[in-house]
Design a protein around this ligand. Structure first.
Ligand code: SF4
Length: 459
């Protein structure tokens, strides 16, 4: 490998570059970008070539923020298109081996950062490309040729994002053509165990990995070329609950790979045994008890959810490989799954999502539900959300009213019991030095039942 001005190794994987030590930001929430890996015919790849379209790091201003695209083309006799997502996901890990280079997220929500130290040592995108060429070829024998292109020129980045999104759509559409019941084997991905040790992604035809990069087809292709790699087979086993998506094979596998921490998993529900969330999910589905509905927020949304907190705060509470009741890290592709949260009522339970995301998955939302789902434009908090849902007569209200009526019935006093009244109070109370003191106790919203009421005349 050519001289690289910084170290490269597994030990840098967890390196975080804080704002104070940042030289430049590439893509990220306040800019734009995308990563894409394509399997192409050998004559379309110039092996080892690294190109930067737009300014490289040495031509960027310190403290700047730049749009950023990564395109990797690979070729090899044994390669197939289904491997693209798996190899693309590896980009995250390989980039993070580079000292002073940080890569977060996936697909068109990537966020990269170069540290001041690395820039001072002379690290350029050209070097990052050379490292990637080397790591991909040394880890995957099946890659015979590889070429890396970085885009930092805004127009080139825009074109790259548009092309990348078309490819993502195509991959996701292919995955949604089959269902969980059509196959005998599911796949698992353990890539994120490096930072979420109990997280095991169960990848089925109806549920892609949380990052969105690994679908069932990609899992199958990955196992073929790298049987001992981070992606493995999960025998399906018995169907325990076809609606919530519980399978004995997944339970056994997850129990083993999480060292006994996770016992059971529902693929299609937020409750009881939700799938674990790692940290690089594209979106979060979250339960809103006040309306008994479910909201969805994605990484690109910078406003606040009706809970008054943004995606980043919620993500901090949900990730890390734990099962969080009422919260679930998901891929955008999962919103298009025919089994999307079917254990909880599916789209009929969705009450809120950012307008941009709603538009993006418009075709997946049942027509009769589209106008009933609030966005940040109609509901900014729980009060405005409830008002919107009432105006629209959202189906969750039926559930909510039924629940409230049930609770009321359960709490109602038996007929022979007297109505709520004052509790027995012993006044005046002897306080302090023995002087009688009168005081009033006010009960607000309290239900009080008594077998007998005694009213005494005040002496
Ligand atoms: S989110 Fe899941 S599928 Fe994606 S890299 Fe992590 S473990 Fe693998």
């Amino acid at each position: 490998m050519e001289d690289i001005p910084v170290d490269v190794g597994l030990i840098y994987e967890g390196e975080r570059i804080r704002k104070s030590s940042m030289y430049v930001d590439l893509a990220g929430p306040k800019s734009k970008g995308a990563e894409l890996l394509l399997v192409v015919p050998p004559d379309e790849v110039e092996d080892g070539k690294v190109e930067v379209v737009g300014p490289d790091v040495d031509q960027m201003e310190e403290g700047g923020r730049y749009p950023f695209g990564i395109l990797i083309k690979v070729a090899g006799e044994k390669l197939e298109e289904d491997l693209e997502g798996v190899f693309e996901r590896k980009l995250h890990y390989f980039c993070n081996y580079i000292q002073g280079f940080m890569h977060l997220n996936s697909r068109d929500i990537i966020w990269c950062r170069i540290s001041k130290d690395a820039a001072k040592k002379g690290l350029k995108l050209y070097h990052v490309g050379k490292v990637l060429v080397n790591l991909y070829k040394s880890e995957f024998d099946v890659i015979e040729k590889i070429q890396v292109t970085f885009y930092t020129d805004e127009k080139a980045v825009d074109e790259h994002i548009a092309r990348a999104r078309e490819v993502y759509e195509k991959r996701d559409a292919r995955a949604s053509a089959i269902k969980d019941e059509d196959v005998d084997v599911f796949y698992s991905c353990l890539l994120c165990q490096s930072f979420a040790p109990t997280h095991v992604c169960a990848i089925t035809p109806s549920r892609s990995g949380g990052c969105g990069a690994v679908t069932w087809f990609e899992g199958r292709a990955a196992v073929k070329v790298d049987p001992s790699g981070p992606i493995g087979e999960i025998p399906k086993g018995e169907v325990i609950d076809p609606v919530k998506g519980e399978y004995s094979g997944i339970n056994e596998y997850v129990r083993e790979k999480s060292n006994g921490t996770i016992e059971r998993v529902y693929l299609h529900s937020l409750f009881d045994y939700p799938h674990t969330s790692c940290g690089c999910f594209e979106a979060i589905a979250f339960y809103i008890p006040e309306v008994d509905g479910i909201g969805i927020v994605h990484r690109d949304f910078h406003g606040v959810t009706p809970f008054g907190i943004p995606f980043s705060t919620m993500a901090g509470q949900v990730g890390g490989g734990v099962q969080s009741q009422g919260f679930l890290g998901i891929s955008i592709a999962y919103l298009r799954s025919p089994k999307f949260l079917q254990g909880d009522g599916g789209w009929r339970r969705i009450v809120w999502m950012p307008s941009q995301l709603k538009e993006r998955v418009r075709s997946a939302i049942p027509q009769e539900m589209y106008d009933l789902i609030a966005t940040e434009n109609e509901a900014q908090d729980l009060d405005t959300l409830r008002k919107f849902l009432e105006e629209k007569q959202h189906p969750v209200l039926e559930r909510l009213k039924a629940e409230e009526a049930k609770e009321k019935a359960e709490e109602a006093p038996e007929e022979e019991q007297p109505a709520a009244t004052m509790p027995e109070l012993t006044v005046p109370v002897q306080a302090g030095a023995g002087a009688p003191v009168e005081f009033t106790i006010t009960f607000k919203n309290a239900k009080i039942y008594a077998e007998k009421i005694i009213i005494r005349r005040k002496e």
